[in-house]
Design a protein around this ligand. Structure first.
Ligand SMILES: NC(=O)c1ccc[n+]([C@@H]2O[C@H](COP(=O)([O-])OP(=O)(O)OC[C@H]3O[C@@H](n4cnc5c(N)ncnc54)[C@H](O)[C@@H]3O)[C@@H](O)[C@H]2O)c1
Ligand SMILES: [Zn+2]
Length: 358
């Protein structure tokens, strides 16, 4: 493998450490790269039918050319696939492929396939190695790094899960060329979030960028996001402190998604509204430097993201959803606020905070 031009970010978690590799065209080198990092045995590829149509045959050929024995399971696209009830089908396919703990599960897809496949890998035979090959922007900057794996129950999203780190994350930004625009915007909400909480340079570089040119500049942006997430995960692998900062805009965002029964705004759109609205409130309270909310709003809108939500009529549903959020203990509500772009902190408050929303 020509290694020099691959960006490598190591997530340091003692015996669970792993590299993130980022490079345009990495898909073509993935077989050789997996050999190089000592992946042995067979590879079970889990993907969805959208991603499979573009990259399934291609990836399987590249892995086989590197000498791997492979098989592929293609699932329907979309969140309903990330269900607890999908698991038996995956386990059965792995049994049919005669997988042992020396073999590897590779997830090729967005956050749905990554979370689902990661959970299957964590539990099959008490844990087999797994590799993330994220294909959506959200998965490349967020869900593939950090080891949170999960499936949904009818009672709610991500209710069954684990912390299970991959052996490596292989990111090929070129795969984003086929990602539908809507999902690109969704991922941009998380990218903007990283700028808000930790990286003023990332934020201002996005401010200078023309939205239509985002894919021409995406590789260093993905790397910047992965570096931020890496640092946060290293200090707080199991989500008890610092990692909460990644939740900027999410308390309100999740509540909007819940109040709309997941039929309305997408996750990124809901988080966009959350980031702006919460910053409006904190700015009014004097906790955030003046003018920050307006900058956030401008940036979000440039990338096609909403910043307003009709609270009228939904107000009580929204507050109920906020108070039921699993990240809120007892009566205090921990919200992530900004002092300035790139400077975030955790603020203890209560529902009254959100009641200030227009
Ligand atoms: N584990 C974590 O830390 C974490 C963090 C954030 C979100 N998540 C989870 O991630 C999931 C959402 O992820 P998502 O937004 O990637 O959704 P997704 O996996 O459903 O992908 C979005 C859509 O884009 C398609 N797609 C993906 N890559 C493509 C490509 N390169 N070309 C063409 N089509 C492509 C998919 O088929 C799908 O239709 C949620 O279940 C969420 O809970 C997990
Ligand atoms: Zn998110």
């Amino acid at each position: 493998v020509e290694h020099q031009d691959i960006t490598q970010i190591n997530v340091e978690l003692a015996d669970k450490s792993y590299p993130i590799f980022i490079k345009e065209g990495l898909l073509d080198q993935s077989g050789a790269l997996l050999k190089k990092i000592n992946i042995k045995g067979k590879i079970f590829i889990l993907t969805d039918s959208h991603v499979n149509a573009f990259y399934g045959d291609w990836l399987e050929r590249v892995l086989q050319e590197a000498g791997f024995v492979t098989c592929r399971l293609v699932l329907p696209p979309g969140e309903p696939t990330k269900s607890f009830t999908t698991l038996p089908q995956i386990y059965q396919a792995m049994i049919d492929f005669k997988m042992t703990r020396q073999d590897t599960l590779l997830t090729l897809g967005g956050g749905v396939i990554g979370d689902l496949g990661g959970f299957a890998a964590a539990t099959f035979l008490r844990g087999i190695p797994f590799i993330q090959m994220p294909t959506s922007l959200l998965a490349q900057v967020d869900s593939s790094v950090g080891g949170k794996v999960a499936v949904d129950l009818p009672a709610g999203k991500n209710l069954v899960g684990s912390f299970y780190q991959p052996k490596a994350v292989l990111i090929d930004p070129q795969l984003l060329q086929t990602l539908p625009e809507r999902y690109l915007c969704d991922g941009m909400a998380e990218v903007i979030k990283y700028g808000c909480i930790k990286d003023p340079d990332l934020f201002s570089s996005l401010e200078k960028m023309v939205s239509g040119q985002i894919l021409d500049n995406i590789t260093p942006i993905i790397a910047a996001c992965c570096r931020i997430k890496k640092v946060i995960v290293e200090v707080d692998e199991r989500d008890s402190g610092q990692r909460l900062l990644l939740n900027f805009g999410h308390t309100l965002g999740h509540a909007i998604e819940t109040a709309e029964n997941y039929q309305g705004h997408s996750h990124g759109e809901a988080v966009a509204i959350g980031m702006y609205q919460i910053t409006l409130i904190s700015e009014e309270m004097g906790l955030t430097k003046a003018g920050i909310a307006a900058r956030i709003r401008q940036l979000l809108e440039k990338f096609g993201l909403p910043t307003f939500w009709q609270v009228k009529g939904h107000k009580e549903e929204l507050f109920k959803a906020i108070s039921l959020d699993k990240k809120n203990f007892s009566n205090t509500l921990k919200v992530v606020l900004l002092k300035d772009i790139g400077e975030s902190f955790i603020y203890d408050t209560d529902l009254g905070f959100f009641r200030r929303m227009a």
